[in-house]
Design a protein around this ligand. Sequence first.
Ligand SMILES: Cc1ncc(COP(=O)(O)O)c(C=O)c1O
Length: 491
Amino acid sequence: MIDESGSALPANGVPAEQVLAEIRSLREADRPTHGGRLFAYVYDPAVAGLDELTAAAYAESAHVNGLDPTAFPSLLAMENALVGAAARVLGGGPGTSAPEVVGSVTSGGTESLILAVKAARDARPEITAARIVVPSSAHAAFAKAAHYLRVALDTVPVDPATLRPSVADVAAAIGPETVLVVCSAPSYAHGVVDPVAEIAETAAAAGVRCHVDACFGGWTLPYLRRLGVDVPAFDFAVAGVTSISVDLHKYAYAPKGVSVLLHRDAGLRAPQYFAYADWPGYTMVNPVISSTRSGGPIAAAYATLRHLGDDGYLELARRTRDAVRVLADAVRGVDGLRLVAEPESTVVCLTSTDPALDLFVLVDELTARGWHTQPQLAYAGLPRSVHLTVTAAVAPRVAEFGPALAEAAVAARAAGPVVLPPELLALAGSLTPQALTPELVAGLAEGLGLAGRAGPPDRMAVVNTLLDAAPVRLRERLLVEFVGLLQRPTW
Ligand SMILES: Cc1ncc(COP(=O)(O)O)c(C=O)c1O
């Protein structure tokens, strides 16, 4: 029996107003995208009228297709303007040491990084087994790129105190098959900037490209520097930097679906393209992974940048910097918590120094109080932690966070740490991904309260504790299985 109420294809069409009401009702289960209490996934400047502007701009270009820039010059014009703006923010363009910077608009950070790896790989066709060197703190999208493109990943550990790789380790990891060296400015997990100048120099000396992943905070660092924050050189002002990615849907505050991949010159970008004329249809040339591309995100990003302007971004960076300081003080003010790193960008990352204060329980207690933070599992000598991506929207609410954090810490202590049954802990520690049967997954999901739900449970501490206890490969496999359970068609 098919339940028509939520069907995406009802027998008879539903009136527009009703459809919108249904979507709004579905959205009620979501985390709040506005209001400054969500510290991940969403970047909100809290600028009145911006949502209306970007929605209108999006609608204007939603049906325009970026497949063919000659058919839709409006899109080409906006894309070129976005690339020019990103290049200027990141030390390139006329009057700089990188006047020839070119780039492309992609759908997001992951696509930009995959393309940076592809360009580096295809620039060296003589290397049959290409490799890339990445700090262990680099975004997981590099591993995805390596996986998709069959490039090997050479991971360099980060120092547990500085959370940065040592330049000597990076140099040692570069070999004859290395096509790309990566650094982050800043890293997502901890918000620290890698020693870009030294790493880029090392890469250049070895004749290897160097990509700076500025997807996350690259748009804010230059503004923070203008506000007096000590930001090390990380952009095209550094001679050995060959490409940079920056996501406009993060700190440029554009709606989702827009990142920019910049190359120092057109020669470096050339291997990024894919062209094909060996079929009877239209001859195809794609600068990015998608072929058909909606103009919506590009137009919305263009509207965002033009509306906020350079002065707007400076002001938003100021508000964000001030909010970061208050949040960091709030962490310092709670016994048993400490900052994993002194904030140098727009991330506050904290950990627990008290076994009685379980971070995963703390995250649930914060959620229960309307503050949505992001737990990070322990990894390679780094402790489990809580990540806060701070955006300008937090500024008006920031004074409320300290008391909420203190209260949540008291509640987490009272609740006590998660204690998994010893047999489950032993299983998590010993199980191999291969040994994970569908029955075992179903049993685990049942036990963790994940089975038969429309979404994840409200309290995730037990799930996070189990994942934390599992080795990396088992974590990955469990996540795939759990998300697979959520992704079931509704008829
Ligand atoms: C440093 C960094 N690089 C890349 C990405 C991937 O971006 P996206 O989620 O837009 O694909 C992120 C996302 O958080 C990031 O923080």
